[in-house]
Design a protein around this ligand. Sequence first.
Ligand code: SAH
Length: 343
Amino acid sequence: MKKDIKSMTLPELKEEILLLGEKGFKAAQIYSWLHKHGAESFDEMTNISKDLREKLKNNYDIYNCTIEKKLVSVYDDTVKYLFSLNDGELIESVVMKYKYGYTICVSSQVGCKMGCKFCASGIAGFVRNLTAGEILSEVYTAQKDLGIRISHIVMMGVGEPLDNYDNVIKFLSMISDENGLNIGMRNISLSTCGVVSGIYKLMEEKLQLTLSISLHAPNDAIRSQTMPVNDRWNIDELLTACKDYIKATNRRISFEYAMISGVNDSDECAKELASKLKGMLCHVNLIPVNSVKERSYRKSSKDRMESFIKILEKSGINATVRRTLGSDINASCGQLRRGEKNC
Ligand code: SAH
């Protein structure tokens, strides 16, 4: 099998090129084609000799994302892609337009092992991890298709990024590389359902990205009902890891809280949440839960959400309701892939 050239960092690529008996500086040219210009074939690399292009073709493959479906929201220009990968697996990415620029929400796995009850991503289980090159391709393909420059990345698509740790860290280093798209870590968010071992590992990387935690409940009884990961690491363990993370990185953590009517949205829940988060350098993002066909969860009312927010704010906890984008195109997690594969 040929090697996956897009998943190689510049130093790795340089080593390969030297082994092919070529000059090291060629690696920088090839890297720039792949990661600055989003080249999808070796023939696009016009300043590389034909001879070397042939050598590259014989030794490496460029794995790309192919657009299978593209949905554009009539409300807000949100674009959702269904991409196919080389082995025919399907993944999703969403591009959102904000005042400050374009943000892409990327998937990190095909399917998911985590099994959160309200989420469509894991209903059919886990298939495989994405490589660093495949996650990069989500960004490059969308950028090229839309003719825009993406400035922000959120790892909030299908999959649990901390369950695909090495590939995700590699992706982060390559997307922020000045020889590639050079997207600053401060413009990148990574969301986890609470894989505590991964949070500690990430802490050691000392990255300036924003860590988001999908909390969704103020206590173990409620959280375990909807999120199996809570049986592995409970809320206390998770919040201790968050506090350690904040201390080590001095970065504010963002807590995601999907409001599910009658499940986690009472005033009591708000008070309990406020007492658990009090004094932490954090922000709470309330999201009206998106209904998923296979599940019966309903979103909380506007009034309920406002009352919840007031209680958090009274305790000095910064909280906002997340704007819903792309509501007409199934823009949330896993829904498009599921519809397509009927899996
Ligand atoms: N596995 C990671 C990354 C996925 S991020 C994580 O869990 O954080 C996707 C975010 O959308 C998570 O916060 C997830 O809990 C949330 N989510 C999933 N299904 C949802 C739904 N039906 N309504 C609202 N939010 C949902």
